[in-house]
Design a protein around this ligand. Structure first.
Ligand SMILES: Cc1cc2nc3c(=O)[nH]c(=O)nc-3n(C[C@H](O)[C@H](O)[C@H](O)COP(=O)(O)OP(=O)(O)OC[C@H]3O[C@@H](n4cnc5c(N)ncnc54)[C@H](O)[C@@H]3O)c2cc1C
Length: 434
C-alpha cells in the first residue's frame, strides 16, 4: 500500500493527517502515518493565552493517540533528525521521558510520499543572553513555564514586606508582531484578574509594568498601518510602555539592554521577535533559504525531490499572483495548504497531475484580549478591503480556531465542545491561578 508519512502534527500537519486518514486511510487506499515529537497537540496561535493563564492547556490539548485511533492514521512519537532519500526513510531520534528513560529507541519509517510540516521557532538573530534569560513562546511547556513564573512573581511580591525592587512585576516583550502585541494585551488583563484573587497588596496601575519593544518604527510592522495605529492607541490606553525603533542588544538576567544603551529592568523577558524553521531542515540535502525553510514549487513539492512536500511555516512557497512574494508563515496558510494537499494527494494516487496551490489572504486580525480585536478582511472574503473592529472582529478571530477544530473533529463535536466550554467557564476562575 502507498505510504504517506507526515512529520509534524501542528496547525497544518494534524489537519492533513486527520483528513487523509478519514479519506484514504479509512478506505485502505493509502497508509497514513503522523510523526510528531510531542504527545499532545495545541493550536499555536493560542500559546500567548496559556502564557497569560487565560486559557487552560488541559482543556484544549488534543491527544495524538486518540485522534489517530478515531481518524484512521498511525501516530508515531519521536523527533525527526535525518532523512535517507535513496531508501526513502525518515530517521527519528530515541524518545525519552521526563526522567530521561528511553521510551522508544532510534527508528526509521519508510515513505512513498513525505510531507514535512515541522513549523518554525523564534529567531534570536544571535542576540546575546536570549537563550539564558528569555522565554520564547514556541511550545506549550514554555508557555506554561512562563505562566508559573508569572504567578510566582505575584505571590512573591504579595508576601514581601520590603518595597518592590525595580525589576519586580515588570515584563518585557521583545518583538511587537502579532504574538507580542496579543501577549501584552492578554497579560494586562490576566495580571489584573490575578491580583483580584486576594493579592490585594499589589496595586496594578502602580506596581505592574509591561514593556513592548520593537526594532521597527511601528508595532505590527508586517500588517497595514491602520491596524498598527489602532493597536498602538489601545495599548497606550492600557499604559503598556511601547518602545519602537528600539533594538535589543542583550538580554540580562533581570533586564533588557537596548542598542542605545538604555536598560529596561524586567523580571520576566519574552522573546517574540522573528521566526526561522528548524535547523535540521538545512542538512537534508534539500534546497533551503536563509531561515532554513524548504523551498517548494507551486505544487508544494520540494525543488530537489518531488516525493517530498512541505507546508506551513517550514516551507518557502511562492505566492502565485504576487511576483517575488512568499506565502506568509501563518495559521491560515498552513490550513489552506493542508486542505490543498488533501485533494491533491488523492488525485496523485489516481495518476492525475498535481495542481498549483493558490494562497488566498483573508486579512489579518489582532486580538487585544478582552479589550478589543482589530483587523482587516481582504478582497477574497468581502469583495474589498474592509476594516473590522470590536465584536465582529473578535468573532472572526475566534472562527479561525473553530475552523481548525472543525477540520480535526467535524462540525458537531466542535459545536458541542464550544457549548460545553461556554457553560464550564461560568464556574471557573477567569485566569489560571497555579
Ligand atoms: C504565540 C503565537 C501566536 C500566533 N498567532 C497567530 C495568529 O493569530 N494568526 C495566524 O495566522 N498565525 C499565528 N501564529 C502563527 C501560527 O501559529 C503558525 O503559522 C502555524 O502554527 C504554522 O503551522 P505549522 O503546521 O506550519 O507549524 P506548527 O503549528 O508550529 O506545528 C509544527 C509541529 O511540528 C512538530 N515538530 C517540529 N519539529 C519536529 C521534528 N523534528 N520531528 C517531529 N515533529 C516536529 C512540533 O512539535 C509541532 O507540533 C502564531 C504563532 C505563535 C507562536
Amino acid at each position: 500500500m502507498h505510504q504517506i508519512v507526515i512529520v509534524g502534527g501542528g496547525a497544518g500537519g494534524l489537519e492533513l493527517a486527520t483528513r487523509l486518514g478519514d479519506t484514504l486511510g479509512r478506505t485502505g487506499r493509502a497508509g497514513i502515518t503522523l510523526i510528531e515529537k510531542a504527545r499532545t497537540h495545541f493550536w499555536k496561535p493560542h500559546l500567548h493565552e496559556i502564557a497569560a493563564g487565560s486559557m487552560d492547556l488541559d482543556v484544549h490539548a488534543l491527544d495524538y493517540l486518540a485522534q489517530s485511533h478515531w481518524h484512521h492514521f498511525r501516530f508515531r512519537i519521536g523527533e525527526m533528525v535525518g532523512l535517507d532519500r535513496e531508501q526513502r526513510l525518515v530517521h527519528l531520534a530515541p524518545y525519552h521521558d521526563d526522567e530521561g528513560t528511553i521510551v522508544t529507541e532510534a527508528r526509521s519509517f519508510h515513505y512513498d510520499t513525505l510531507v514535512l510540516a515541522v513549523g518554525s521557532n523564534t529567531n534570536d538573530f544571535g542576540t546575546p543572553g536570549v537563550a539564558e534569560n528569555a522565554i520564547a513562546l514556541e511550545t506549550t511547556e514554555e508557555a506554561d513555564r512562563f505562566h508559573r513564573r508569572l504567578v510566582n512573581a505575584f505571590l512573591r511580591a504579595h508576601a514581601q514586606t520590603t518595597p518592590l525592587r525595580p525589576e519586580q512585576l515588570q515584563v518585557a516583550i521583545v518583538g511587537a508582531g502579532a504574538t507580542g502585541v496579543e501577549l501584552a494585551a492578554e497579560l494586562h488583563n490576566a495580571t489584573r484578574d490575578l491580583v483580584s484573587y486576594n493579592l490585594d497588596r499589589i496595586e496594578p496601575d502602580k506596581d505592574i509594568r509591561l514593556h513592548l519593544i520593537e526594532a521597527s518604527p511601528r508595532i505590527l510592522p508586517a500588517l497595514p498601518e491602520r491596524i498598527s495605529d489602532s493597536a498602538h492607541r489601545m495599548l497606550a490606553q492600557l499604559k503598556v510602555q511601547v518602545h519602537t525603533g528600539a533594538r535589543v542588544a542583550e538580554v540580562l538576567p533581570q533586564a533588557v539592554r537596548l542598542a542605545s544603551g538604555a536598560i529596561i529592568p524586567a523580571e520576566l523577558v519574552v522573546w517574540a521577535a522573528g521566526v526561522k524553521a528548524p535547523a535540521f531542515l538545512s542538512e537534508l540535502g534539500l534546497e533551503t533559504n536563509a531561515i532554513n525553510q524548504l523551498v517548494v514549487t507551486a505544487t508544494l513539492q520540494t525543488t530537489r525531490d518531488e516525493r517530498i512536500f512541505a507546508l506551513g511555516d517550514c516551507a518557502a512557497a511562492p505566492w502565485l499572483g504576487h511576483e517575488g512574494k512568499w506565502v506568509p508563515p501563518r495559521a491560515q496558510a498552513a490550513h489552506q495548504q493542508s486542505s490543498h494537499l488533501v485533494r491533491e494527494l488523492a488525485r496523485q494516487l489516481q495518476g492525475k497531475p498535481l495542481r498549483p496551490f493558490h494562497y488566498r489572504d483573508f486579512g489579518s486580525l489582532v486580538s487585544l484580549g478582552e479589550y478589543s480585536t482589530v483587523g482587516n478582511l481582504m478582497g477574497n472574503f468581502v469583495g474589498g478591503n474592509m476594516w473590522v473592529e470590536g465584536l465582529f472582529a473578535r468573532w472572526m478571530y475566534v472562527s479561525l480556531y473553530k475552523m481548525h477544530q472543525m477540520a480535526l473533529h467535524g462540525f458537531w463535536k466542535m459545536a458541542l465542545n464550544t457549548v460545553a466550554r461556554f457553560i464550564s467557564r461560568r464556574t471557573e476562575p477567569h485566569v489560571k491561578l497555579h
